[in-house]
Design a protein around this ligand. Structure first.
Ligand SMILES: Nc1ncnc2c1ncn2[C@@H]1O[C@H](COP(=O)(O)OP(=O)(O)OP(=O)(O)O)[C@@H](O)[C@H]1O
Ligand SMILES: [Mg+2]
Length: 295
């Protein structure tokens, strides 16, 4: 007897029902073309010009031949499934990856036509120009005032106490925190609410007059009200700064960003106007992600 001929009973369609054709799932690796980002990854006169970027952790290639321009004063959102390389790519922009021993960055990365990875580059100065706000608010265990004054002091931005006072006040105002903080500037920052702490970290980043602010899931530890405040702030800040934000919230990307970049397995699959990404994505993987089929 040929066991291979055993009849397999297929689930029969109901007589009055047309069977729904099953769309075959193709592995993402076979759909992605390395280095070929669809949409509009390039810009005229960009703030960042990033070409053929690859990032390795030891032998593992976490970023695979990504080329992207980030325009001046744009808000660009990085989205994509967990582990696809959003944070790794973001950290290349101010050399935060330098602190990870096994991490190696290859490619051409320029900020205003200056090579970010030039061995002679002053990384402290770079990070003053390209500030960062992390997922978890991380104020120093110092007073509110000293948190904001920290960067300006290190960089010698204020000669007199009154200049420093002005920087602290302006930064807290821009971060939407002045009214809540002005009567407790000497209080320790870690005693503030999570949302206040995150706005304090934004004030700290702003205090050194950066040109770019990188934000890695800045609202993921915040409640909806604190999130709304930070989003309002992003909209206001985009007039003065270039902002790159990593987010797992597609609603957030849609609300705050001009362009959205979709990452998948270390590739940059699609970059387009945010509205287009969420209403008419060009790439089938982007569509699968935004319609919730994976992620
Ligand atoms: N410090 C590290 N050492 C080794 N591998 C790392 C390190 N950081 C990240 N990776 C690896 O690099 C890849 C990309 O990680 P990354 O953190 O950039 O992803 P992500 O898109 O930010 O994910 P998430 O949405 O979960 O934050 C993953 O495979 C991850 O395991
Ligand atoms: Mg991340």
């Amino acid at each position: 007897m040929n066991t291979m001929n055993t009849t397999v009973t297929k689930e029969a369609a109901m007589p009055d029902e047309t069977p729904v054709p099953v769309q075959e799932e193709r592995p993402a690796e076979t759909i992605i073309q390395e280095g070929a980002t669809v949409g509009t990854p390039f810009a005229d006169d960009p703030k960042f010009k990033l070409r053929n970027v690859e990032v390795f952790y030891g032998q593992d290639r976490a970023i695979k031949n990504i080329s992207l321009d980030i325009a001046r004063n744009e808000v660009i959102a990085f989205i994509g499934p967990s582990g696809c390389g959003k944070s790794t790519f973001l950290r290349c922009l101010n050399r935060m990856n330098d602190s990870i021993d096994i991490c190696r960055v290859k490619g051409d990365l320029h900020l205003d036509d200056e090579n970010i990875y030039d061995p002679k580059r002053d990384v402290v100065e770079l990070r003053a120009r390209v500030g960062m706000v992390f997922q978890k608010p991380n104020p120093f265990p110092k007073s509110i005032y000293d948190n904001v004054a920290y960067g300006p002091r290190i960089h010698g931005l204020a000669n007199r106490k009154s200049d420093l006072d002005d920087i602290v006040e302006n930064s807290l105002r821009k971060a939407g925190l002045w009214e809540e903080a002005k009567d407790r500037l000497d209080a320790t920052a870690t005693g503030m609410s999570g949302g206040q702490q995150q706005r304090l970290c934004i004030a700290r980043a702003i205090a050194v007059s950066p040109e770019v602010i990188l934000m890695d899931e800045p609202c993921s530890a915040l409640d909806p009200i604190a999130t709304a405040k930070v989003e309002e702030l992003i909209a206001e800040m985009s007039e003065s700064y270039t902002i790159v934000i990593v987010t797992h919230s597609m609603q957030q990307a849609a609300r705050v960003s001009h362009r959205t970049a979709y990452f998948h397995l270390g590739h940059l699959v699609e970059v387009n106007e945010t509205n287009k990404v969420f209403t008419a994505p060009e790439h089938e993987l982007t569509e699968s992600y935004i319609t919730g089929r994976f992620g």
